[in-house]
Design a protein around this ligand. Structure first.
Ligand code: AMP
Length: 429
């Protein structure tokens, strides 16, 4: 199928050509015809599948068709998404796809002064992309009215709930006109999300894009079993050998992300952290520097990184394994996009092995283990502190330092990584 066969306006087709999109991705091929028929849509898909274009393109097409003479622009489309980064990226996509049209879009999010956002709203927009808090805030200040909304998109609904936005969403729903087309996207569909979707959608069709088929299959995955104290050295080793290019590093905590950046700077590797405690300006700068190649590593927490779209990102490194298996799929979805292949390396401490088992269950794949790296897991180093004292300091335990072996090693077929240690594993969550 081609975009032309979907019956899109020439102005949109030209913009898609500028973007280098040749054919619709599966979610686009399935969703666009449904949406052009005016039906509601439940999209079970994650970022990286092309879902932004899957909703932006048919909305723009319908806005073009519905355009008549008018004195003043009214907000006809509302896209609500959980994070600032996602909001900015969705807005950028709308700008790109609408560049040959008269349609105007803008974005609002918290953490910055509202002045510029209010000014943009005053100029008049057709499409508004927003995070929930700032949206409700500007509605209460009467800068925004939702009474003309024809198209409503709730993006990343599961993440929205995880971040505690449920009450904001419910408030918002009361303000939307009943007569509208609604689009609901979520990467996962737990009970609470199904319930929420029922409150939003009318006569809908469902499109499901399995994450394993879109990203996990395209990305080469490796597991490095390692002790906690050797994680940083292994990270430095990999960033100077197998992953010697732009790498997105994931940390489970904000504090951890800051510490990794400090350690990398000490090792002479340029990096920056993005997480919820960083100002919006700092986050945007870090992202910009990373995209421009000024930073080799961007260290992020799950929430800050959700949906970040960086072209040609080859490497993702999980410094900590996520305790929620779905997050692993999201994380490695940052690489291997739109056909390109990527490498996702994950560190796994003894305590994290239950997380690894959950992940492998979800993706239905045994991730290959790299056995011959210089900081291989040693059981004696993982012993309880009291045992350690008795046994004395055994140092790194035969690894011989990071220069003792030529590289990070290639993954062998999965050895199970020492299941004999099973009895010591515990869920550290
Ligand atoms: P998304 O899932 O919306 O975050 O999109 C993931 C990436 O795929 C973005 O970099 C898009 O620009 C890109 N993309 C979206 N649709 C297409 C397409 N039809 N062909 C090629 N790349 C695309």
């Amino acid at each position: 199928m081609t975009f032309k066969e979907l019956g899109l306006d020439e102005s949109i087709l030209k913009a898609l050509q500028d973007q280098g999109y040749e054919n619709p991705t599966p979610i686009q091929a399935q969703s666009i015809p449904i949406l052009l028929k005016g039906k509601d849509l439940l999209g079970v898909a994650q970022t990286g599948t092309g879902k932004t274009a899957a909703f932006a393109i048919p909305i723009l097409q319908q806005l073009l068709e519905g355009e008549g003479p008018r004195k003043q622009r009214k907000i006809r489309t509302l896209v609500v998404t959980p994070t600032r980064e996602l909001a900015i990226q969705i807005d950028e996509n709308f700008s790109a796809y609408a560049k040959y049209t008269n349609i105007k879009n803008t974005v609002i999010y918290g953490g910055v002064k509202q002045t510029k956002q209010v000014y943009a709203l005053h100029q008049g927009v057709d499409v508004l992309v927003a995070t929930p808090g700032r949206l409700l805030d500007l509605i209460s200040q009467k800068y925004i009215s939702l009474k003309d909304i024809q198209y409503f998109v709730l993006d990343e609904a599961d993440q929205m709930l995880d971040m505690g936005f449920i009450h904001d969403i419910k408030k918002l729903l009361k303000l939307l006109p009943k007569e509208r087309q609604s689009l609901f996207f979520s990467a996962t569909m737990p009970r609470a999300i199904v319930d929420l979707s029922k409150q939003i959608l009318g006569d809908f069709e469902r499109v499901t894009i399995e994450p394993e088929k879109t990203t996990a299959e395209k990305v080469e995955q490796r597991i490095y079993h390692v002790n906690k104290k050797n994680k940083t050295e292994l990270l430095v080793h990999l960033l100077t050998t197998d992953m010697n290019d732009s790498t997105l590093v994931f940390s489970r905590t904000k504090h951890g992300a800051n510490k990794i950046v400090k350690d990398l700077e000490k090792a002479g590797i340029n990096s920056a952290a993005i997480h919820g405690n960083k100002s919006q300006t700092a986050r945007q700068k870090a992202l910009g520097d990373f995209k421009d190649g000024k930073l080799q590593a961007l260290v992020a927490t799950d929430i800050a990184a959700r949906g970040i779209d960086i072209d040609e990102l080859s490497y993702v490194l999980n410094y900590d394994l996520p305790n929620v298996a779905e997050s692993y799929v999201h994380r490695i979805g940052r690489t291997g996009r739109a056909g390109s292949s990527g490498l996702a390396a994950s560190f796994c401490m003894l305590e994290e092995r239950p997380f690894l088992r959950d992940i492998e269950k979800l993706i239905q794949t045994k991730i290959p283990v790299v056995n011959d790296h210089p900081f291989e897991f040693k059981m004696e180093d993982a012993a309880e502190p009291s045992l350690k004292k008795q046994g004395g300091n055994r140092g790194r335990g035969g690894g011989g330092g990071r220069n003792s072996k030529p590289s990070g090693g290639k993954p062998k077929s999965n050895s199970g990584g020492g299941n004999r240690n099973k009895s010591r594993s515990r869920n550290s969550n």
